[in-house]
Write a protein that binds this ligand. Structure first.
Ligand code: GLU
Ligand code: MG
Length: 466
């Protein structure tokens, strides 16, 4: 069911299925369902319905204004030719395949939604629909499907910190055992909650920055991976709250230092075979995988308008912060934007993938995955050549060598990213004109909103919005 657009009246058999689910959920003490989507600024927005309403909701949806497509992270509103008006309404349709009982919010279940117009057509601002169509197009035109995962990094602050200050709730060192001990009860509850929700956690660890942690999850089809990225954050937030902690997924909580990333992992497959392994290209990539990587590499400056969309993203996107701010690729590199992951001998056919680093959790995960996949597919379709690998820290290359290799720093300002995005027909087409205009308007709106603020001011402005 999640492969198709919602249909007014419900997709065949869906109302019956929702009716059965309602009984089951009520029996489990679930009183309400959270219906969630992510706006252009990367904020998850919700409506909720009582559980008994679920059959009616899969038939006819729930109303919500389209105005959120041009909301900024501070809830102010910008406009485009078609979006941002106080008029109009949309219907939110939950995806029953993804309905999940929330383990850390007793009484609640959660489901991602697709948005359609009152007339029953897909809403052109629906990022989930755009991603689903991008993936379906790859299957149709290239016989390719994808496996994807979004890494989640976040910082844990004290809830009793004065004002909106960030005071790390833990003091142990990066990757340190002490820090794991400090968060022990909360982290164990988090692992239990994610397991109960059917999220496959691969790792949990204390990260580099003060109060920072990371969860990585198993790869899924891209729409499911984006859904999980939203669900995992909802769960981390809820578990942390129960432990009296405040969390931030903002790209940066402070003006200086390492930020929170949301690296994407992506691999292209055909007929069950991973195109990133067992090929005759570099590190086992097939020719198609090399071109897929080249397609993403060539569009990185424009992609950052989607993948690093906040003024706070620019605090994170700095050299020597492992955020991958140079247009380069390499095997297991931490400073190049694209890290080719071969995996360990013995499991390479399953594990090999591409990690895209200049991505953070202010990005709408549906739009980020759709854009990155579209860029890769364009490279694949045009047999784009993958340049030479760059190892080590690209910041240390002398300018001549960097230029010869095409290694450039990614845009420093949102305005530069928007300029590259506006000129990029492939990405604009991938999102469609309505969303492409929304991306441009929202980014420029965010840039305007922080004009005159210094780095600490920018960090403070977004610290608790994500
Ligand atoms: N926190 C880093 C970032 O902003 C990533 C650290 C890592 O390599 O896991 O992307
Ligand atoms: Mg990390």
């Amino acid at each position: 069911m999640s492969d198709s657009d919602p249909v007014p009246g419900g997709r065949p058999g869906e109302v019956e299925r929702a009716t059965a689910l309602t009984g089951e959920l009520t029996g489990r003490g679930v009183h309400g369902v959270v219906l969630a989507y992510v706006d252009t600024a990367g904020i998850a927005r919700v409506k909720t319905v009582p559980t008994a309403r679920l059959p009616a909701v899969v038939a006819w949806g729930v109303g919500m204004s389209p105005v959120f497509d041009t909301f900024l992270a501070d809830d102010s509103i910008v406009t485009t030719d078609v979006l941002g008006s106080p008029d109009g309404d949309l219907r939110l349709y939950p995806d029953l395949d993804r309905l999940t009982v929330l383990a850390a919010q007793p009484g609640w279940a959660w489901a991602p939604v697709d948005r359609i117009t009152q007339e029953g057509a897909p809403h052109p601002g629906c990022g989930r629909t755009v991603l689903r169509r991008t993936v379906a197009g790859a299957a149709e035109r290239h016989g390719i499907d994808f496996r994807a995962a979004v890494e989640i990094e976040w910082t844990v602050g004290r809830a009793d910190a004065a004002g909106d200050a960030f005071v790390p709730a833990v003091s142990g060192p990066a990757y340190g055992a002490a820090r794991q001990v400090e968060l022990s009860d909360c982290a164990a509850d988090l692992l239990a909650a994610l397991a109960a929700e059917g999220v496959e956690v691969e790792q949990f660890h204390p990260e580099y920055a003060a109060g920072q942690f990371e969860v990585s999850v198993g790869a899924l089809d891209p729409v499911a991976a984006a859904d999980h990225s939203v669900l995992v954050r909802q769960t981390i937030r809820a578990v942390s709250r129960r432990h009296g902690l405040r969390v931030s997924f903002a790209p940066a909580v402070l003006g200086q230092g390492v930020g929170n990333g949301g690296h994407l992992h992506l691999s292209a497959w055909r007929d069950g075979t991973n195109l990133h392994a067992g090929g005759t290209g570099r590190y086992g990539m097939t020719a198609e995988a090399e071109s897929f990587v080249a397609g993403i590499l060539g569009r990185l400056p424009a992609l950052t308008a989607v993948t690093a969309p906040s003024p706070a993203s620019r605090l994170r996107l700095r050299p020597s912060q492992w955020a991958g701010v140079f247009t380069a690729w390499g095997r297991e590199t931490r400073e190049a934007a694209l890290r080719v992951v071969t995996g360990t001998a013995g499991i390479r056919d399953r594990a090999a993938n591409l990690e895209v680093k200049p991505v953070d959790l202010a990005a709408n995960p549906y739009l980020a995955l759709a854009s990155v996949i579209a860029a890769g597919l364009d490279g694949l379709a045009s047999s784009a050549p993958l340049p030479e690998e760059t190892t080590g820290d690209p910041a240390r290359l002398d300018p001549g060598e960097a230029a010869a290799r095409g290694v450039r720093r990614l845009p420093v300002t949102l305005a530069e990213s928007v300029e590259a995005f506006r000129a990029d027909e492939v990405l604009r087409r991938a999102l469609g004109p309505v969303l492409a205009d929304a991306v441009t308007a929202v980014r420029l709106g965010e840039a305007g909103a922080v004009e005159g603020l210094d780095d600490d001011g920018v960090a403070a402005a977004y610290r608790w919005r994500y």
